[in-house]
Write a protein that binds this ligand. Structure first.
Ligand code: PGA
Length: 260
């Protein structure tokens, strides 16, 4: 695991974008795993800016969403497919084509079958080359909440109370408006991506980041499973790194790999 600690979310997003760019220089058709939430917004802005400069494109790529709400209406602003379309799709965005943006369909009654098919779709496409991740303050990645299986496949699952409260800000601050169920890539699915790029910003992520890097692997903090992944980049701002014990060591390793 490489941990990059930058002063601000803006600098961290730019550093994370460099990791995406260096993969796409080598593999212009790489398959991207994409997530939603506040955290990746700066990274997506970097990708759009590079696309506008003609330096980067997802025109030849496919992207797979990390998760989706179940039962949210097709045109809802917060449906993750719609969020990702706004962030990434279109010739003036990153070049990603709508038909190449894959997301679990949370609108059909048999969402368990949708979940199982989603794993097959990822595999049939050749697997995800780089998965972008955020982290919940409770240590979740995707909607893999504490206490769940560390080897799960894409599955249907209820949101925890903590996650419903955290996501209420996207639903007029009304927890009751937040969907109660979602389809999420499982931790086993996420771990099959060839590269993991996890971003975390803000003081309220500091405990989760400390556990992620330094805690024992445990379903209590689902993101700790990424310690078992061979190529993980965690990029944080100073606040999210504030509870790490070995931050100097991580910065030394990061500087050796990427330059100071
Ligand atoms: P956030 O969510 O980016 O909106 O903080 C991250 C997550 O819950 O995974």
């Amino acid at each position: 695991m490489y941990l990059g600690i930058l002063d601000t979310p803006e600098l961290a997003s730019a550093a994370a974008a460099q990791i995406v760019f260096s993969l796409f220089k080598k593999e212009p058709n790489a398959i991207l795993g994409v997530t939603t939430g506040s955290t990746p917004e700066g990274l997506y802005a970097e990708l759009r800016a590079a696309h506008a400069r003609g330096e980067f494109t997802l025109a030849n790529s496919q992207a797979f969403a990390l998760d989706e709400y179940v039962g949210i209406s097709a045109d809802h602003y917060e449906r993750y497919r719609n969020v990702l379309r706004r962030e990434l799709v279109g010739s003036r965005n990153t070049g990603l084509k709508n038909e190449n943006l894959h997301s679990p369909n949370g609108l059909v009654s048999n969402s368990a079958a949708v979940a199982a098919q989603y794993d097959r779709d990822i595999r049939d496409a050749g697997g995800i080359d780089l998965q972008i991740l955020g982290i919940g303050s409770n240590g979740h990645i995707g909607f893999n909440e504490p206490g769940g299986s560390l080897v799960s496949r894409t599955h249907v699952t209820p949101l925890s109370r903590q996650t419903i409260l955290a996501n209420a800000r996207f639903f007029g601050h009304y927890p009751r408006n937040v969907p109660k169920t979602c389809i999420t890539q499982g931790l086993g699915t996420i771990m099959e991506a060839r590269i993991l790029l996890l971003l975390a910003f803000g003081e309220n992520k500091a405990e989760a980041v400390a556990q992620l890097a330094e805690g024992p692997i445990s379903a209590r903090w689902p993101a700790t499973i990424t310690q078992m992944h061979p190529e993980v980049y965690v990029v944080t701002d100073a606040a999210a790194a504030s509870k790490l014990e070995l931050s100097e060591l991580y910065q030394e390793r990061w500087a050796l790999k990427f330059g100071a």
